[in-house]
Design a protein around this ligand. Sequence first.
Ligand code: PXP
Length: 235
Amino acid sequence: MKLGVNIDHIATLRQARREAIPDPIDAAKECIKGGADGIVCHLREDRRHIQDKDVYRLRELPTRLDLEMAATDEMVKFALKVKPDYVTLVPEKRQELTTEGGLDVVRNSKKLKPIVKKLQDKGITVSLFIDPVAEQVEESALLLARFIEIHTGTYANAINPAKKKLEYQKIGTFTQKALLIGLKVNAGHGLDYQNVKDIVRIFGIEELNIGFSIVARSVIVGMKKAVEEMREAIK
Ligand code: PXP
């Protein structure tokens, strides 16, 4: 299973003081040294962490770049300029602390169809961040997206063991369903050094996208080591 490291919260720290440090690009370089297969960042409408120039600079690194973004005209225009390897389309609300739940691709199908096509026609692989729900997986295939990223946050945050088990089963079931109908599957959100050990047992997930837990760990042991430890956890 591959590991994409989301470095948004390096930029969160920088923006807390509007300083030039810590530089997310330096952090990304350390992630690569630690064994990350790719770098992920989310350019939000309110630019609360990652800034436009960060994305351009990340693009220069010799690694795969996955740009998370909302499905808006502004972001599509930006993505077509930067040309990341991947775009992951996510829902976005101004007030949220982090992405809350998957994109409702069923409800937004009409709007998403031309966006997915426009990006993929320019050679950008599109992934749709969705909840593990049958209709969402089916619609993602109809939208001709190459990938889905299954939202693992509900599973990760569940405290009740029965609910946790159910959420875990849903991730497994809908990974298999997605593979059967021709989608490739990534997963992410809320994954840490412990719960990731269960997720890696699910057959067919191509890549995990992990941010917060790795950045938090990096404060203690450094970014390269934090990524190495996550690599070890998902082995
Ligand atoms: N995948 C997506 C689509 C996300 O929006 C995020 C958070 O930015 C992540 C993965 C990583 O989540 P976390 O920071 O909880 O590891």
